[in-house]
Design a binder for this molecule. Structure first.
Ligand code: FAD
Ligand code: SF4
Length: 588
């Protein structure tokens, strides 16, 4: 059984590793639920979901109409699960609230200095900014905490009458299976299930959750959403797209001495410590009250199963060109989150019966710019316009094809199209040649209306399928953390404020529990031990060093979704824990 899964696994298991394939907890079999009905139900209180909610209400106010909108957010408070850079392009925000400055949006630090650096093991070379195409420049953008932007957007949404429910994880899709719906219409979602014990039985605090029904359901879960994945599989939304690609982004927030702080500096690096064919790079943003946001993204198509993105990040901070930003400072927070990298050619079909995918649930990140929040907001707004018109026309539960058309005419589409070959060129030719060709291609596209000599390149394999077997690689000896600049995983998870109610069932499900030890360990050295940035997965042995067993410390999970993406057997399914569980990021 295990061997069969692995052989077919990574390439095509996308259709299988979804929540609808998992057995339902005993406590939930046959439960009756209260139903709450809305015009639009939005899953996810990030930039995409909240911008959509705001736009729906703005349109209603403008036209003197009523529209009911609910936003569900799994974090205990808005922004608590959001982790981003972030240098924010205010393009979409300017459209949503032209007066955002007067309204006090937390974008207080404009970018004043842009740097792009290639690191070697000890030295560095700074690229002149004029070598980079104009859209790679950050002037006109703002350094901020995207979590705080979401908190502020939430306040604006509530002031307009949006019902925002933090602490409510949408755990399942409510499907309308009637023949008149065509089968598989998304009628709503189940949220607010609490009080199930480890064995799936109800505890004294059991709540079966409620069904929130919407004329339209917007999926705004961000990268690798669990409902998005299920809906994509059911409706074959990725059929005509290239496989989605991802990176894992690790980030720390530091507060540094005033004489080290350079407010407005946005620095990006490529090169060391990653090798030529392992993609990734760093960001360092100085902003606010002596804050430095420092982060590292490793592309998840890396081949070496012994690579640990967390440890690459920790050793990177010891480079003299990096440590000078942090010395004498204090680390305030840590976290990790996957980022979509497939771009233009990986965008799935955006509408399905009863709803749409918006923001990073569909994957609108511009990879060379490492920016997706403006596109998330804009696609939320485009979907809102389509849904508002449809609801006002008396429509319900059909496909909002107008949103797809609006996306294809939008500046988001144009922007993503212009950089469509940057990621495939890196994957194919490595950091130096691929990076140079990518720059050439982006310049060419800028000068010749988006035309590329490479056409539209393919991504090829999924990130899971890119992992090579352990016998082709050597283990990597990472330096020990010094506790000043570099840290271990457990003390890092501590500063992410991660917490999950103890007795709940583990939210990290294995389709086949035997695979980690029978397949992943001998073939790949069980890479979950290394790619997980929160020490969730361990392989433990008995006293004689024999009898390995796979342990899942689900309480440490920071909801980055990397295991769901990178497991070479595609055997791990990330599901929502009880609402409110997970990290609680302050200013990330
Ligand atoms: C390391 C890193 C650096 C980045 N840097 C930048 C940058 O500098 N500039 C920039 O513009 N972009 C950057 N991005 C990308 C940017 O963060 C995303 O494009 C943006 O957050 C997408 O917004 P979203 O609303 O689609 O998703 P998210 O911001 O991820 O929000 C989704 C929300 O939905 C909630 N949710 C998910 N599933 C459920 C569920 N089932 N039920 C209830 N709630 C749910 C989540 O908790 C979350 O709050 C970066 C990303 C990373 C990882
Ligand atoms: S368990 Fe998975 S989602 Fe959770 S932190 Fe580890 S890799 Fe990320």
């Amino acid at each position: 059984m295990a061997e069969q899964v692995i052989e077919g696994g990574a390439a095509n298991a996308w259709q299988e590793a979804v929540i609808d394939k998992l057995p339902l907890a005993e406590a939930l079999t046959g439960v009756e639920r209260e139903v709450m009905a809305y015009d639009v139900v939005i899953v996810g209180g990030g930039p995409a979901g909240l911008s959509a909610a705001i736009r729906l209400k703005q349109r209603a106010e403008k036209h003197g109409k009523e529209i009911t909108v609910a936003v569900l957010e799994k974090s205990a408070e808005l922004g608590g699960h959001i982790l981003s850079g972030a240098v924010i392009d205010p393009k979409a925000l300017n459209e949503l609230f032209p007066d955002w400055k007067e309204r006090g949006a937390p974008l207080e630090t404009p970018v004043t200095k842009d740097r792009f650096v290639v690191l070697g093991p000890v030295g560095k070379v700074s690229l002149p900014m004029f070598a980079l195409p104009p859209m790679m420049h950050n002037h006109g953008c703002y350094i901020a905490s995207l979590g705080n932007v979401a908190r502020w957007l939430g306040e604006q949404a509530e002031a307009l009458g949006v019902e925002v429910y933090p602490g409510m994880a949408a755990s399942h899709v409510v499907w309308d299976e009637t023949p008149e719906s065509g089968g598989g219409r998304v009628k709503g979602v189940v949220a607010g299930v609490f009080g199930i014990d480890r064995d799936g039985k109800p505890t004294g605090d059991f709540q079966p959750g409620i069904e929130l029904h919407g004329k339209y359901v917007f999926i705004a879960e961000g990268v690798r959403g669990s409902l998005a994945k299920t809906i994509m599989a059911r409706h074959n939304l990725c059929e005509d797209a290239q496989p989605q690609k991802y990176g894992i982004g690790l980030k720390e927030l530091w507060q540094v001495p005033a004489d080290r702080h350079q407010p407005g500096l946005a620095q990006h690096t490529t090169g060391w410590p990653l090798d030529e064919f392992t993609g990734g790079g760093s960001f360092i943003y100085h902003f606010g009250d002596r804050y430095v946001a420092i982060g590292y993204v490793v592309h998840l198509n890396y081949k070496n199963p012994f690579l640990s993105p967390f440890d690459e990040f920790q050793r990177f901070k010891h480079h003299p060109a990096i440590s000078e930003h942090l010395e004498g400072g204090t680390r305030i927070s840590y976290g990790a989150r996957a980022i979509t990298e497939g771009g233009f050619q990986s965008v799935p079909k955006l509408s399905f019966p009863g709803g749409v995918l918006i923001g990073c649930s569909a994957g609108f990140v511009n990879v060379p710019r490492i920016k997706g929040s403006h596109n998330a907001m804009k696609t939320g707004m485009l979907a809102a316009d389509a849904a508002f018109d449809a609801v006002m026309a008396g429509r319900s539960g059909d496909q909002l094809v107008e949103y797809q058309t609006a996306y294809e005419k939008s500046w988001v589409y144009k922007e993503l199209r212009g950089v469509r070959n940057a990621k495939p060129l890196l994957s194919k030719f490595g950091t130096t040649l691929g990076g140079a060709l990518g720059l050439f291609d982006m310049w060419f596209g800028t000068l010749f209306g988006g035309f590329s000599l490479f056409g539209t390149m393919k991504h090829g394999k999924t990130d899971a399928a890119s992992t090579e077997t352990a016998d082709k690689h050597k283990p990597i000896a990472y330096p020990k953390p010094d506790g000043k600049l570099s840290f271990d995983k457990l003390s890092s998870v501590f500063v992410s404020n991660t917490n999950h109610a103890e007795e709940q069932p583990g939210h990290l499900k294995l389709l086949d529990p035997s695979i980690p030890i029978l397949v992943n360990l001998p073939k790949y050295g069980e890479p979950a031990r290394l790619y997980c940035p929160a020490n969730v997965y361990e392989v433990l042995y008995d006293e004689s060093g024999a009898n390995p067993r796979f342990q899942i410390n689900a309480q440490n999970c920071v909801h980055c979704k990397t295991c769901d993406i990178k497991d070479p057997s595609q055997n791990i399914v990330w599901t929502t824990p009880e609402g409110g569980g997970g990290p609680n990021y302050p200013n990330m």
